[in-house]
Design a protein around this ligand. Structure first.
Ligand SMILES: Cc1cc2nc3c(=O)[nH]c(=O)nc-3n(C[C@H](O)[C@H](O)[C@H](O)COP(=O)(O)OP(=O)(O)OC[C@H]3O[C@@H](n4cnc5c(N)ncnc54)[C@H](O)[C@@H]3O)c2cc1C
Length: 440
């Protein structure tokens, strides 16, 4: 074991990781390949460059993204501090002046006495730890190859395929019914039956809806098992009814008859507070998802915890590979952080940088590390990454469907979210006492 921490990638996660370790007195060697070697989307050589939107997401009190930001604020996150300092008016979102934001982070990291900054592409994963791999959704091809060798190519993915997730409380249970096909096993699925008129209208709107086009560096490569729902619909009006919406083996309890089509929803968590629409990976724009998927009987008033998407990405099958310290089980001392772990979003990626760093720092300094409690946003993300089903594992952003808390049973949503938020922020403050930053 070396006496310094190697971090590969100075994006959102790598920058946060470097800052957290350096502030705790640990020597860091931080590698960033830009601007010498470029990615298809980054434009500068700055650390923590925001590649697309300049928004760090919702900052509305007690929303799930707000809780995550508050937890990071209390942990002295460089990303959130720089976001707050360089914010621009954006309603309830925390939007930033992207140049000032990343310039400030770059300056703080490159002037930090504990950080050695190296502008080069890493093409081999260092044998000796601790090392944090934080190379993001556009990890360089040469390093991707090494990661693939290290973990097995079946555990590394280059595209995601996300189905929308809805709040269980917003589903109309007069229309949706629990059953498993042919009554096999427990009634684990929630089924939304459609008659022929509803089905064909749905297919028509799906085909006519506005879609997000692929970026120039993305290719429309689809695997048969994760074909966008709208692409399947284009194959023929009856395709969905014989595919993901097939109604066979699912008689509607009220009539005892088989519907024309059935949309199946699967539990997203143990508390059954969130459901995903099975087979609904899509490139419809978010407003169109809301409009078209709300045509599904039972989902007229659905609230979406997450919308569906398909993008170019690089991520690993974390549930199979990582422990709850974000460390590779097969090679202790090697950590993953950021979007490559299977989180989605600037702040979520930064959060995973922070946690990987604290756990690597604990290893280097011989101190004790425990993952954050599951009823915090940070803990909920770690829990998702490491305890989800590994089969079909897909990236996730922070949302209330991930929180594993008693408060989810409170009916009044405002009160429920407030209680979750207060509890989570308190818990993180307590937890952070185990990972103090020495006074300089
Ligand atoms: C096109 C696109 C648009 C996105 N838009 C948004 C958005 O609007 N909002 C949002 O919340 N999220 C968005 N994301 C998702 C994601 O949150 C961001 O990509 C985020 O930057 C991920 O943080 P990260 O630290 O994991 O990766 P990055 O921020 O990408 O950082 C990884 C760093 O590693 C470097 N690197 C890669 N390979 C090597 C190597 N071999 N050696 C050395 N350095 C290397 C890269 O140059 C990069 O600086 C988008 C993603 C993509 C691809």
């Amino acid at each position: 074991m070396k006496d310094f921490l190697t971090i590969i990638g100075a994006g959102l996660a790598g920058s946060e990781a470097a800052w957290q370790a350096a502030e705790r007195g640990v020597q860091v060697v931080l590698y960033e390949m830009r601007p010498v070697t470029r990615t298809p989307v980054h434009k500068t050589g700055n650390c923590a460059e925001l590649v697309c939107s300049n928004s760090l997401g919702n900052n509305l009190a007690h929303s799930a993204p707000f809780i995550l930001k508050e937890e990071l604020r209390s942990l002295n996150s460089i990303v959130i501090a720089s976001g707050d300092k360089n914010s621009v008016p954006a309603g309830s979102a925390l939007a930033v002046d992207r140049d000032l934001f990343s310039q400030e982070i770059t300056s703080k990291l490159s002037n930090h006495p504990n950080i050695t900054f190296k502008q080069e592409e890493v093409v081999e994963i260092p044998q000796e730890g601790p090392v944090i791999i934080a190379t993001g959704p556009l990890t360089s091809p040469r390093l991707s190859e090494q990661i693939s060798k290290l973990i097995g190519q079946e555990y590394l993915y280059f595209y995601d395929a996300l189905s929308p997730i809805v709040d269980a409380d917003s589903i109309d249970y007069d229309k949706a019914f629990f059953a498993s096909r042919y009554d096999k096993g427990d009634a684990d699925y929630l089924n939304c039956p459609m008659n022929a008129d509803q089905y064909y209208e749905f297919v028509r709107e799906l085909k006519a809806s506005e879609k997000v086009s692929f970026a120039s560096f993305e290719k429309a490569i689809y695997f048969e098992g994760c074909m966008p729902i709208e692409v399947l619909a284009e194959r023929g009006d009856r395709t969905l009814a014989f595919g993901p919406l097939k109604p066979v083996g699912l008689p509607v309890p009220k009539t005892g008859r088989i519907a024309h089509a059935v949309v199946q929803l699967r539990r997203e968590n143990r508390e059954s507070s969130a459901y995903n629409l099975v087979g609904f990976q899509t490139k419809l724009t978010y407003p169109e998802q809301k409009r078209v998927f709300s045509m599904i009987p039972g989902l007229e008033n659905a609230e979406f915890f997450r919308f569906g998407a398909i993008h170019r990405n690089t991520y690993i099958n974390s549930p199979s590979l990582l422990n709850n310290e974000l460390e590779l089980r097969s090679r202790p001392g090697t950590y993953f952080a950021g979007q490559i772990t299977g989180v989605e979003g600037y702040v979520e990626s930064s959060a995973m940088g922070l946690l990987a760093s604290l756990s690597a720092v604990a290893k280097l300094t011989g101190s004790h590390y425990v993952a954050p409690p599951v009823d915090t946003a940070l803990g909920a993300l770690i829990n998702y990454l490491t305890t989800s089903r590994s089969k079909g594992f897909q990236p996730m952003n922070i949302n209330f469907g991930l929180f594993w808390v008693q408060e989810m049973r409170i009916r009044d949503k405002k009160l429920r979210n407030q209680k979750i938020a207060i509890n989570a922020i308190e818990k993180i403050k307590l937890w952070s006492e185990g990972h103090p930053i020495p006074v300089h």
